[in-house]
Design a protein. Structure first.
Length: 263
């Protein structure tokens, strides 16, 4: 049984098109009745809109097999007085969910991804946190890849703000335990015997996704089709207990390994 990342794993960071073997991998799981969850850190589009996009480009799976941080947000963050930072799409999605944005006296500083955060935005975040606002990240990605460039991910920004203000933070999406437990609960609707130790997780974020998953006992597959151009950029520098169990080039390689019973 599988947890499967989306950006950089199923679809390209560059143009959001399917990566080689990704649709075929989902088809193989469906045909062989192998339980799985598609777990993404999508925050820009409403959950149903992003799911509909994935199905529109040929990914054949039910919404019951899908989970993103927006689906957990209302149970984790109060809707009143939120200073939210991220892409315009994210801010509009939050407002559509009923969140009240407040950049004067917020209770929560909520961070999503954007490639062009300004120094003034960071200064504002710091002031709010030092005034007692709590810090929440939509996820904890290590790197954000866009237009062939790589930017600090939400996880890197959270670490910076934690260091600057001594404020601890919470994470809604991957790799929070709450997110993975929710994904497990949903997987158990497909197979009651599902447990973390039976799950193989596939992702291009070896730090932001796979490290936390490995600590929960999951088997990890790192694909180099997204944030990193090769395993040599990152794997040698990881602590030994966080290194991935497998390193493969893309979902086509993952599918061939599964068919060959090497996973």
């Amino acid at each position: 049984m599988f947890f499967i990342d989306v950006q950089g794993t199923l679809i390209s960071d560059e143009d959001k098109s399917p990566i080689a073997g990704s649709r075929e991998f989902i088809e193989y799981l469906n045909s062989n009745k192998i339980p799985y969850m598609v777990i993404t850190n999508n925050t820009k589009k409403a959950s149903s809109d992003f799911y509909n996009y994935l199905t529109s480009i040929g990914f054949a799976f039910d919404f019951a097999n899908y989970l993103d941080p927006l689906m957990l947000l209302e149970s984790r963050v109060d809707k009143e007085a939120v200073a939210a930072y991220g892409a315009e799409e994210f801010l509009k999605t939050l407002q559509g969910m009923g969140y009240k944005l407040d950049y004067k006296n917020p209770k929560t500083v909520l961070i999503a991804i954007k490639e062009n955060f300004s120094a003034d935005e960071y200064a504002q975040m710091i002031d709010f946190l030092l005034s007692g606002a709590k810090l929440v990240g939509m996820h904890e990605t290590s790197i954000y890849a866009k237009n062939n460039r790589r930017y600090p991910g939400v996880g890197a920004i959270l670490k910076m703000l934690e260091f600057a203000t001594s404020t601890s933070y919470e994470v809604v999406g991957k790799p929070s335990v709450a997110f993975y437990k929710e994904a497990l609960d949903r997987l158990q609707q497909q197979d009651k015997s599902a447990s973390f130790k039976k799950i193989t997780i596939i992702s291009d974020d070896v730090k932001g996704d796979l490290g936390g998953a490995k600590e929960l006992g999951m088997k990890t597959v790192f694909v180099t089709s997204g944030k990193y151009r090769s395993a040599e950029e990152i794997v040698p520098f990881l602590e030994e207990h966080l290194k991935p169990d497998y390193v493969l080039s893309n979902m086509h390689s993952v599918l061939e390994s599964l068919k060959g019973e090497m996973l």
